[in-house]
Write a protein that binds this ligand. Structure first.
Ligand code: TRP
Length: 369
């Protein structure tokens, strides 16, 4: 007898079982944070990050920014890495990196990350973090790196480019992003789970091989978002590079234009049928995530008013949901020096932590001369 998976209804595969185990661990972790974070914040230090490749969109807001703010409110200490070297893992041009980094910090602050409690820093400004990559590279084999499914996917999507040394090894850099500050909780999307597994291996092997079994590094845990993956306005994966996003920095009018141009279908009655009407379902989910309704409820509200009625409801939900964020963002954008100051202070704190960790690593490896 074949068992089918409850959410995918495909036969259960080994990947499903790994994913189910990761979801279960993530749910337990979420409960532990509720119970213990206030008393023991160091056990739940969060490290998370973004690649500064362009403006953040509604998907980032719903799946990661809101979650980071919620964790912060639960008493957790957070580090956010702006992974600037990661920009050139899958492309040659670094782009307008200064502008992109500034835009990320604006969105973090507008979303409610508090720079007193959250350390926002850029990878390139923390040399000791970079140096940790060298001993960590000794702990993984080229076969392990080549088998990484996320690296393989990213290579396939990078338009026939050859595999660069940076793309091949970036999971190890990401392990250093997490381990330099002893991050214990890593809020990630499912696509990043292989990197987290590698990070756990690096921590385990470092302790075993170089530290006589002493726990210099703890193994971090993934905290998975329960927000379903949103598609872009053309029905394909929402992504900065495809021009199908609704960006946080867009105006209400630009948002209305984007939603108006979104792909739907010709049926008058709006229903939530993800398999048969994926584009309509995606818009219903988007609206519901902002209003706090289920997609079915949004569909009932739109009823017989067709694609144009649906788009009106979606535009209103997104614009209302982001009004506060956008107002705060505009205000902060008027004071660029304060944004730079947040980054400088974050970089200073990240350097302090990274230098301490590197000193421990060198001492443990007998390299404190
Ligand atoms: N690779 C992540 C992404 O593309 C960004 C990132 C960099 C990250 N360093 C990290 C995420 C460390 C989690 C932990 O989204």
């Amino acid at each position: 007898m074949t068992t089918t998976h409850p959410t995918t209804s495909h036969p259960v595969t080994a990947d499903d079982r790994t994913l189910d185990a990761a979801v279960e661990r993530s749910n337990v972790l979420d409960r532990l944070i509720d119970e213990q974070a206030a008393a023991h914040p160091e056990r739940f230090r969060v490290l998370t990050g973004d690649r500064p490749t362009g403006p953040l969109h509604v998907g980032h807001h719903l799946a990661s920014l809101r979650n980071r703010v919620r964790l912060q409110q639960r008493g957790v200490e957070t580090f956010v890495v702006i992974a600037d070297y990661q920009v050139v893992t899958d492309r040659d041009a670094i782009g307008d990196i200064g502008e992109n980094v500034h835009g990320l910090v604006l969105d973090y602050l507008a979303a409610g990350l508090d720079p007193e409690r959250t350390t926002i820093f850029t990878h390139s400004a923390v040399p000791a973090l970079g140096q940790l990559v060298l001993p960590f590279l000794s702990l993984v084999t080229d076969g392990e790196l080549r088998r990484n499914p996320t690296v393989k996917d990213e290579l396939a999507l990078s338009g026939g480019r050859p595999l660069s040394g940076l793309l091949l090894t970036y999971p190890v850099h990401q392990a250093a992003d997490i381990l330099f500050c002893h991050g214990r909780v890593v809020p990630v999307g499912r696509d990043q789970l292989p990197h987290l597994e590698l990070t756990r291996q690096v921590a385990r092997r470092f302790n075993a091989r170089y530290a006589g079994g002493q726990p210099v590094f703890a193994e971090p845990e993934a905290l998975l978002s329960d927000v379903p993956l949103l598609l872009g306005t053309d029905g394909t994966k929402m992504s900065k590079s495809r021009g199908n996003t609704i960006n946080l920095r867009d105006t209400a009018d630009e948002t209305a234009d984007r939603v108006r141009a979104a792909r739907t279908d010709g049926e008058r009655r709006i229903t939530y049928e993800p398999a048969r009407r994926p584009e309509v379902a995606n818009l219903l989910r988007l609206a519901g995530l902002f209003t706090g309704e289920s997609p079915q409820t949004v569909a009932e509200r739109v009823g017989d008013s067709g694609a144009s009625g649906l788009k009106r409801v979606v535009t209103e939900a997104v614009n209302d949901g982001l009004a506060g964020h956008r107002a705060r963002r505009r205000q902060l954008a008027g004071d660029p020096a304060s944004v730079t100051a947040v980054l400088h202070e974050g970089n200073r704190r990240a350097n302090e932590v990274a230098e301490r960790t590197l000193a421990t690593v060198r001492a443990v490896m007998g390299m404190a001369y």
